[in-house]
Design a protein around this ligand. Structure first.
Ligand code: SAM
Length: 222
């Protein structure tokens, strides 16, 4: 019942604040047709990422975990014509769907999709001088979250914002005894953000159409 109510409120918020968006709707439809898992960020979360990027004047964004490029469209819209989003995706078929979605949305020229395991493609992102990034959005295989935050720090400057998605995991994150790799990884990345002197961090719980979860938000301070 709770979950249905969260989804109903999300629907209301989307209708009220975000409205219809043909390119985003087409992207979700294409994702469905290509049988991508429906694990995109929600519209309110996508708009949140877009606003956050604009609030900090981001022109260089790194995303780990593209899927069909739904969140990428929100981020690419935020960086403007001369901005750049580098997004990393393991699955070449997902990346092809994302490429078509981004092109259809008119932001394809701002987006560099790099295919492969992110830990294998990140060294190339660094070698190509794509950093430092203004905003890093981590939303891929959760077990590697700490590794991705380490990379985010390497590709950061003071002022960079790092967002790590899905760290609350239906409330499981507060249970230290749970035998679940993703929960262990959440606890590990939160512990790392807490002790890393280069960042100040928090985490916010969220409920909505995607259930109960939350994201960590960190500011690079040194
Ligand atoms: N950010 C997307 C959005 O909101 O539209 C959703 C991303 S989805 C939650 C996670 C993605 O990470 C999947 O497309 C998956 O294939 C990708 N992924 C999983 N392991 C990966 C890895 N090692 N390197 C890069 N991408 C990976």
């Amino acid at each position: 019942i709770e979950r249905a109510h969260w989804a109903e409120v999300d629907k209301y918020l989307v209708e009220t604040l975000i409205g219809a968006d043909d390119d985003l709707a087409a992207a979700l439809e294409a994702n469905g047709a290509a049988k991508l898992p429906p694990v995109d960020v929600s519209p309110t979360h996508g708009r949140f990422l877009n606003l956050l990027a604009r609030m900090i004047g981001a022109t260089r964004v790194l995303e780990v975990g593209t899927l069909g490029g739904y969140s990428t469209i929100w981020l690419a819209r935020a960086v403007g014509d001369s901005g750049r989003v580098v997004t990393l995706e393991y699955d070449p078929e997902y990346a092809a769907v994302a490429r078509a979605n981004l092109d259809r949305a008119g932001v394809g020229s701002r987006v560099d999709i790099r295919i492969g395991a992110a830990l294998d493609t990140l060294p190339g992102v660094e070698a190509d001088g794509m950093g430092p990034f203004d905003l890093v959005f981590v939303d891929a295989d959760k077990v590697n979250n700490s590794n991705y935050v380490r990379w985010a720090l390497r590709l950061s400057r003071p002022g960079t914002v790092i967002v790590v998605d899905n760290v609350v995991r239906g409330g499981s994150v507060s249970n230290p005894d749970l035998d679940d790799d993703a929960v262990r990884a959440s606890r590990e990345v939160l512990g790392m953000l807490a002790t890393e002197p280069r960042v100040d961090a928090t985490a916010l719980q969220t409920v909505g159409s995607t259930g109960w979860d939350g994201f960590a938000l960190a500011l690079v301070v040194g």
